[in-house]
Design a protein around this ligand. Structure first.
Ligand code: GDP
Ligand code: MG
Length: 748
């Protein structure tokens, strides 16, 4: 039989870190909320029979956000044997709010005071015994990141679940509290999983009345859920719609429940949900007063001092721009290039092709096979792999920014900007994740409650350059803008501008109108990046990149090689006479207005739909090493000769903004859940990219050469139309305003 231990707690409290520590797996950990949106399962190290379940972070068990729904449904219907409630001990007050709810579920709870290292460093003291008694659950101190205490927490949880299963009392604590048989001597009078928290007399009376009323319904529901009657009663008192539906009360019962609630509301002069919330908070405040001794809080913490500068209204954006500049400068222009230059020019430019050629000649390989390997695979995959050093540098820097806590600040800063345009800062979390890969970015949009905002985010997340677009950026910068790192940095801000502009334009339409989802992000304390976590993130992403190069990109390269080496009658020909040239030339006219009607660039952009790295791989094959061998020219200069700086930037713009790769389109389709919306999203992205590249190219041409053509006029028209769409009056939605979520009072 397997035992399941669920990890539950606020976002960013260290659940995933503890999950990794307990199971030895390596789920992504980020120093900001919203990283885990799906539950993850693993086995406890050394105990094949114990399942550990990582859950999305939540602040309460209300059914409002998707994370809350996932976590709550899991806890109620799957009935884990025990819960480890991971609490950010350095921020304990707000975290205990959830604990008061978890202990009501009738499942043994181990409260893990995580990040205890921070508490100790501050010199604060938490009285764990008192806390355990006050909250009615076991308490252990942990520092998941240092691997301290996690095992202890798991052992406690197992022990409690055992006790719970064999303790001989029902899960229903309303009745069970008294008849608990204390044969576990060290727990004689108080089983640690008995919730201690009681509401005010008025509320307790109401809960008792409701409990009596729904006893049968709750018992019926409990067979499927295991939650005690008291929990159902509290939830009904809060008018929790999910529970109302779940219990299937008849109309008379519903009316009676409503009457009970009304009476209590009149007596306490507040709505029932607020009453419960407030009483929980005042309970938590009391507990904290008894258990937490703060050393001396007069000084301002270093984290706060850094934040004063970094999130300053005026300085925030310039600092952000500077940091991103440094990131791209380091990864594309310095460390990265030195390495990539060598990999491209020497390793895949001379050494490997040379050795390969010799080898192939020596074994007398057929011409076509030589060509496949040298002009196809080595040229194509080599061109992509050549960017690995740059990718690793970028991954490393992004992982550092994430782990130290700066990414959370970016979301906070961007929220201030987004809000002004009626967009939610919540959209920014998917975008941040999208800088690694668009697929998890799109999935992360699930946390956005408002449907139209969610769609909007799904549609625009991939405007931000994902890591697979880095090779395109690095290639164009390397070939046409050598030493100009700002071109690479600009792609980041172009992506952001595309998101904001799209957001503003689309929000004004009927389909996307509606209030933005309120965004509450907590800023975690800064900490020095941890080598282990950062290295792991870097290698994981790097490895994913290598795997793609070895599979999907390898395959695409072979197809491109085949189409570019043969003509329609399957004779081997020069690329210029190949099938691919024919196909590319036939459709190249579409892109001529963007300045790169060359069939090679056209084909490259299209192969980018399979995976963005293919753009580079295709160039590798098409401008590739075959020609290097012929005329001694190298690959990047050849590319540079085919473009001007203006047309190259236009090419970059189009490829950054157009529809993402198939994997990301698949994710869009999954999240949209509708073929029409998916088609709309892809079409929107392509048209948007086209218009941006078109207007940029034509206007830049006008400014540099003074040439004014019909196309220039059209480009100016596009710009004017965009301006109009940006400033026109919004469509007014008539949907009633959604009740605002109750938020935790700031805990300082
Ligand atoms: P989750 O959102 O609850 O899954 O939290 P994560 O596991 O992603 O961790 C959030 C952040 O807290 C990461 O930056 C972790 O490195 C950090 N963290 C986790 N546990 C500890 C701890 O015990 N001490 C300290 N100082 N930091 C921790
Ligand atoms: Mg997590």
């Amino acid at each position: 039989m397997t035992t399941t231990i669920a990890l539950a707690g606020n976002p960013n409290s260290g659940k995933t870190t503890m999950f990794n520590d307990l199971t030895g797996s390596s789920q992504h950990v980020g120093n900001w909320p919203g990283v885990t949106v799906e539950k993850k399962e693993g086995r406890l190290k050394g105990r094949k029979d114990v399942v550990i379940q990582d859950l999305p972070g939540i602040y309460s068990l209300s059914p409002y956000s998707p994370e809350e729904v996932i976590t709550r449904n899991y806890l109620i219907t799957e009935q884990p044997s025990a819960i480890i409630n991971i609490v950010d001990a350095s921020n304990i007050e707000r975290n205990l709010y959830l604990t008061t709810q978890l202990t009501e579920l009738g499942i043994p709870v181990v409260l893990a005071l995580n990040m205890i290292d921070i508490v100790h460093k501050r010199g604060d003291v938490i009285d764990t015994d008192k806390l355990s008694k006050a909250m009615g659950c076991a308490v252990v101190e942990t520092s998941a990141v240092k691997g301290l205490g996690s095992k202890n927490a798991a052992e406690k949880a197992l022990w409690l679940s055992d006790l719970h299963a064999h303790g001989g009392h029902s899960r229903d604590h309303v009745h069970a509290g008294a008849n608990h048989v204390g044969h576990e001597h060290h727990l004689h009078h108080e089983p640690p999983f008995e919730p201690k928290h009681r509401f005010s007399a008025v509320v307790e009376d109401a809960i008792k009345l409701i409990g009596a009323l729904i006893e049968d319904a709750a018992a019926a529901a409990a067979t499927a859920t295991g939650a005690p009657t008291r929990w159902f009663a509290i939830k009904l008192f809060e008018r929790d719609s999910e529970v109302q539906r779940h219990l299937k009360l008849d109309e008379q019962q519903q009316a009676q429940v409503e009457a009970i609630i009304k009476t209590a509301e009149q007596q306490l002069d507040d709505d029932s949900e607020s009453i419960i919330t407030n009483e929980r908070y005042s309970f938590v405040t009391d507990v904290i007063a008894q258990t937490l001794t703060v050393k001396d809080s007069s000084g301002v913490s270093l984290s706060d001092r850094i934040d004063r500068v970094v999130t300053n209204r005026v300085l925030a954006l310039p600092i952000f721009a500077l940091i991103m500049f440094v990131v791209y400068f380091l990864s594309i222009s310095t460390v990265g290039t030195a390495m990539s230059g060598w990999v491209n020019d020497v390793l895949f430019g001379e050494t490997v092709p040379g050795a390969m050629e010799e080898f192939l000649l020596s074994v007398g390989a057929a011409d076509w096979l030589q060509s496949l390997i040298l002009d196809g695979i080595v040229a194509g995959v080599g061109a992509v792999i050549g960017f690995l050093p740059q990718m690793l540098t970028l991954f490393l820097l992004l992982a550092i920014l994430e782990d130290c806590g700066y990414m959370a600040r970016i979301a906070f800063i961007m929220d201030r900007i987004f809000k002004r345009f009626g967009l939610s800062g919540k959209s920014f979390i998917p975008i941040l994740i999208g800088t690694g890969c668009g697929v998890p970015g799109i999935l992360a949009s699930r946390t956005i409650e408002n449907e139209s905002n969610r769609r909007l985010t799904v549609m625009t997340t991939t405007f931000i350059p994902c890591s697979a677009k880095l090779p395109i950026i690095a290639l164009i910068v390397g070939a046409l803008f050598p030493g100009q790192a700002w071109v690479a940095t600009s792609t980041y801000f172009i992506g952001m501008a595309a998101i904001i502009i799209s957001g503003i334009i689309l929000k004004k339409t009927r389909w996307f109108a509606g209030d933005p989802t309120p965004f509450v992000i907590e800023l975690p304390a800064y900490h020095l990046p941890r080598v282990k976590g950062v290295a792991r993130t870097m290698f994981e992403r790097g490895w994913a990149f290598v795997k793609r190069a070895g599979t999907i990109i390898l395959l695409a390269t072979i197809v491109v090689w085949f189409l570019s080496s043969f003509n329609w009658t399957l004779q081997m020909v020069d690329t210029d006479e190949s099938m691919l040239a024919a196909i590319g030339s036939a459709i190249a006219f579409i892109f001529s207005p963007l300045g790169w009607g060359d069939w090679r660039a056209t084909v490259a952009s299209i192969t980018g739909l399979i995976a963005k790295e293919n753009v580079v791989g295709t160039f590798g094959v098409l401008y590739g090493f075959a020609e290097v061998a012929e005329d001694g020219a190298e690959y990047w200069p050849m590319l540079a000769a085919a473009f001007t700086q203006i047309s190259a930037f236009s090419f970059l713009l189009f490829n950054l903004l157009c529809a993402p790769c198939f994997a990301a389109i698949g994710a869009i389709s999954r999240e949209m859940g509708s073929a029409r919306w998916t088609a709309f999203a892809v079409a929107y992205e392509c048209v948007f990219a086209y218009l941006v590249a078109f207007s940029f190219y034509q206007i830049a041409l006008l400014l540099t050469t003074g040439a004014f053509t019909v196309a220039t006029a059209l480009a100016l028209l596009v710009v004017l139309a965009t301006l109009y769409l940006l400033v026109r009056k919004p469509y007014l939605s008539h949907e009633p305003k959604r009740k605002q979520l109750k938020k935790a009072p700031a805990s300082t």
